[in-house]
Design a protein around this ligand. Structure first.
Ligand code: R5P
Length: 263
């Protein structure tokens, strides 16, 4: 691995703890104006001091994030289908590696859809992105996407995560599930978990804690932070779990204290 690649990975995964809080706000690429991100800058910019990495699209980056912002960017480079279309997550490459370099990103993210009729398209898209990204020393985060009717169990998520790693991805983003240890143990690259749909804050914090205990190196969390009643308190609470070994109770206390103040 060359110096540039190692340096970018160290910007995403903090070397002092080996963990990361990635703030995911890329939802608009297939969901449009997602609740909480209608005016993305208003929600997201106050959260940036507490995030290690920001994951978003190039359009959101250019339009909402000032270029003098000091945060490593993971750029979503897959897309092409919407939440109302017939082939959700049948994604291709939507941003070139040249543009990723121009945007000075720390990494790029690409979704794969293992088990879908079009899985081959997304897997070949991922490998093309990996080949191009490696030319520039840019790490690739593979997102193991899951369709509406698909089961997010350890068997499926291990399959998708291991495949992504075998195809050359540098970091895998997947979901927490029962038997998550198996997903981590059988995947040779670092794993972060997505948050998924908004749930009560204590549940989301417990999920993050359990994932970290079972070997995830962090979270790539969106809705459970930016749709919270107090997004700043929630990201601080998540951060305490990821970087400070806080228990779910301790983290929830951080959330509750901040939530009361913000009212
Ligand atoms: C989905 O593919 C997007 O990449 C989201 O960034 C990802 O699902 C994480 O966001 P959330 O925590 O809201 O699920």
């Amino acid at each position: 691995m060359d110096w540039g690649m190692k340096n970018r990975i160290a910007r995403i995964i903090k070397p002092d703890t080996g963990h990361t809080v990635m703030l995911a706000v890329d939802h608009g690429y297939f969901m449009g104006p997602t609740s909480g991100l209608e005016q993305l800058d208003k929600t997201v910019n106050p959260l940036l001091p507490y995030a290690d990495t920001l994951m978003l699209t190039r359009g959101a980056l250019r339009n909402y994030i000032p270029p003098d912002t000091d945060i490593p960017i993971v750029l979503r480079v897959s897309g092409g289908t919407s939440i109302i279309g017939n082939e959700l997550l049948h994604e291709g490459i939507v941003a070139s590696m040249l543009d990723a370099v121009r945007l000075n990103v720390a990494g790029v993210a690409f979704s794969i859809m293992v088990g879908a009729s079009f899985e081959r398209d997304t897997l070949l898209g991922l490998t093309r992105v990996i080949d191009e990204a490696e030319n520039y020393g840019i790490p690739v985060l593979a997102v193991t996407a899951v369709g509406k009717d698909m089961v997010k169990d350890a068997r499926y998520l291990s399959l998708a995560s291991r495949m992504a790693a075998e195809l050359g991805t540098h970091i895998v983003k997947t979901y927490f599930c029962k038997g998550f240890e198996k997903v981590v143990e059988t995947c040779p690259v670092p794993i972060v978990i997505a948050g998924g749909k908004k749930m009560p804050e204590k549940e989301a914090l417990t999920m993050a804690y359990d994932a970290l205990q079972m070997g995830a190196i962090g979270v790539d969390m969106g809705r459970n932070i930016f749709q919270s009643t107090s997004p700043i308190s929630m990201i601080k609470a998540v951060r305490s779990i990821v970087h400070e070994d806080a228990t779910p109770d301790e983290a929830y206390e951080i959330f509750i204290r901040g939530n009361k103040k913000s009212r």
